[in-house]
Design a protein around this ligand. Structure first.
Ligand SMILES: [Zn+2]
Ligand SMILES: [Zn+2]
Length: 134
């Protein structure tokens, strides 16, 4: 379903998603512009930001607030799903962890408070399995 949605993308949206998907680390908006720079020059910031905005609404891209960067989503979840990121302090990689076990619990807490969450991101800092081995 993710791929289907991705295929319907055109122009800058598709290019921005491709650039993000090719990186295992979160990428800042200006890095994306550098990655997309080619024969036609660098895309305008507004073009990239608009594409990011759209991709985030579709749930195809996540914003990592603490790093002011973006990450392509490899999972096929709802755009308002609760998402957990495992962020490595030594290599900078970010993995998306499944929240299937805790999401209903967290959603229940919000509901109890009469709160309707729109974006829920849990950032977990530490050392990834690759770095721990090295
Ligand atoms: Zn995701
Ligand atoms: Zn690491």
């Amino acid at each position: 379903m993710c791929a289907e949605r991705g295929e319907r993308l055109t122009g800058p949206r598709r290019l921005v998603l491709k650039a993000l998907a090719s990186s295992h680390k979160p990428v800042g908006a200006y890095e994306i512009m550098d990655m997309l720079a080619g024969g036609k020059g660098r895309p305008a910031p507004v073009t990239v930001y608009r594409a990011l905005e759209f991709l985030m609404k579709q749930g195809l891209v996540h914003r990592i607030e603490s790093r002011n960067a973006y990450l392509a989503c490899a999972h096929n979840h709802d755009s308002d799903a609760i998402v957990a990121f495992l962020m490595c302090d030594s290599c900078g990689s970010v993995g998306e962890a499944s929240t299937a076990a805790i999401a209903p619990f967290l959603a229940g807490i919000a509901k109890k408070a009469g709160f309707r969450h729109t974006v829920s991101v849990i950032e977990i800092n530490g050392t990834c399995s690759h770095c721990r081995r090295g």
